[in-house]
Ligand binder design. Structure first.
Ligand code: PLP
Length: 476
């Protein structure tokens, strides 16, 4: 931390390599969006000025990481870059078996297959979508037991990612041997990037031990979680984020991780274990689907960059800036009256689009309305986390059943945008907020059977104030 006489938190880096932002006009954006069937997933990179679709694999690497890329060892078996990564991960987690994969979902698939999830249950705070999909694909059952406050967008509970320990114990008692594992997602991505407290991890680990069930972390954002523990949990402020992270890992039997988040790399995943027999089975599957155990689906240079990223991510100047920049956007939007999911999470701000647009019914996709308004306004890309993403196609003429919430997520790539980008974004959102009464809903023209949000074709509906079924759409 700098002791300069200022309360400002500045970006704790200077910029050595720059990439121009694509700038577009409103008329161009209207044309691009129409060509993309009004689904921002179908836009191209060159059409997006500020991309807040995801924080996964979209961050900037440091000079030290790029340096390590150059000296990465591409040896097929026994890459020195693997041994360096293994040393860093063992040091951080205390877990002896370090298995690299090409990304998080590969680690999940291998873990659930090797541990034998078929016919058994995984008890989590919330499963991330690929985690749930892997459990279910392998004929297991994914059960979410997040605390009640974690389901309430207005609750200011500091650890809304916590698992409900009473419900966890009830499930462990009732289902015993058919529980494969307890899994804590840190931070809780599906629940808005909310942290899990150290006390909760300790409590869940003690219960898991008592019932003889292993406990794992889905550790994609372990460093952001550790920082929020330091900030919010009584008795933790004097410890370093790294010490807290090491205690989190020390409490569990293993972890899966998408390194595209807190690994500070553009591609990579990890599976780490303490059980030698499970590690042996996992490595066998790894060879089948990813590659030899000393590279696991990654190039040697990727392993090298990851080893550096996992060291840099617990740097407190970085974490302070990271969490502060999300909170900065949150506070500014709160001030203009934007309805938000509370409190600010670690990697994203979530806007309650159903509340912002009370004239757009859930089956008319208020989240999509906001995502598309934002794109048309300034070329900013967010993502709908609502009825298009989680709802299912309705039967016949009935409107699609809606998701519990219609949110829009603005996710922050790591070390990528500066405060002036965020100030500009705040102006854009203020303008979208001011014109909220004019926004129109959408209907689905075409959708896939599963994961429809990624490929659906949509069309804007007439504004409820407009007579007839005329499609009002700028630029067409
Ligand atoms: C991103 C993510 C995953 C999946 O990882 P990929 O690298 O995208 O395959 C799993 N769990 C959580 C919590 C995630 O955020």
């Amino acid at each position: 931390m700098n002791d300069a006489p200022s309360t400002q938190i500045i970006e704790p880096f200077r910029i050595k390599v720059v990439e121009p932002l694509p700038f577009t006009t409103r008329a161009q954006r209207a044309e691009f969006l129409a060509l993309a069937h009004h689904n921002v997933f179908l836009l191209r990179g060159s059409q997006v000025t500020m991309d807040l679709l995801t924080d996964s694999g979209t961050g900037a690497m440091s000079a030290a990481q790029w340096g390590a890329m150059m000296t990465g060892d591409e040896t097929y078996a026994g890459s020195e870059s693997f041994f360096e990564l293994q040393r860093v991960v063992q040091d951080l987690t205390g877990m002896p078996f370090v298995i690299p994969t090409h990304q998080g979902r590969a680690a999940e698939h291998i873990l659930f297959a090797a541990a034998g999830v078929q016919g058994r249950m995984v008890l989590a705070n919330n499963h991330f979508d690929t985690t749930r999909a892997n459990v279910e694909y392998l004929s297991g059952q994914a059960i979410d037991l997040v605390i009640a406050q974690g389901r309430d967008p207005q609750s200011e509970h500091p650890f809304k990612g916590n698992i409900d320990l009473e419900q966890l114990e009830a499930h462990l008692k009732q289902h015993g041997a058919s529980v494969l594992m307890v899994l804590l997602t840190v931070t809780n991505n599906a629940g808005g990037g909310q942290p899990v407290s150290l006390e909760n991890i300790r409590g869940a680990a003690a219960l898991a031990r008592a019932y003889g069930v292993p406990i794992f972390l889905d550790a994609a954002r372990f460093a952001e979680n550790a920082w929020m523990i330091k900030q919010r949990e009584p008795g933790q402020s004097a410890r370093t984020a790294r010490e807290i992270a090491s205690e989190m890992f020390g409490l569990v039997d293993g972890m899966v991780m998408s390194c595209k988040k807190d690994g500070l790399v553009n591609i990579g995943g990890l599976l780490c274990l303490r059980d030698p027999q499970l590690a042996e089975r996992a490595r066998t599957l790894l060879i089948l689907t990813e590659g030899f155990p000393t590279y696991g689906g990654l190039a040697g240079r990727d392993l090298a960059a990851l080893a550096v990223g996992l060291t840099e991510v617990t740097d407190e100047d970085y974490l302070r800036y990271r969490i502060a920049s999300v909170a900065y956007l949150f506070r500014a939007l709160d001030k203009i009256g934007m309805p938000l999911m509370r409190p600010a999470g670690g990697h994203a701000v979530y806007i309650d689009a159903r509340k912002l647009y009370p004239h757009i019914k859930p089956h008319q996709l208020p989240g999509i309305a906001l995502v598309n308004e934002l794109y048309l306004e300034a070329g900013v890309r967010g993502v709908e986390v609502g009825t298009l993403m989680f709802g299912r196609a309705g039967a016949g003429e009935a409107p699609d059943p809606s998701a519990p919430l219609d949110l829009v997520r603005l996710a922050f790539p790591r070390r990528t945008y500066t405060q002036s980008h965020v100030d500009w974004l705040i102006d854009v959102l203020a303008s979208v907020h001011a014109r909220r009464a004019q926004a129109c809903g959408y209907k689905i023209l075409h959708q896939a059977e599963v994961l429809r949000a990624f490929t659906a074709h949509l069309a804007p509906l007439a504004h409820p104030g407009t007579p007839g079924d005329a499609h009002v759409f700028p630029g067409k």
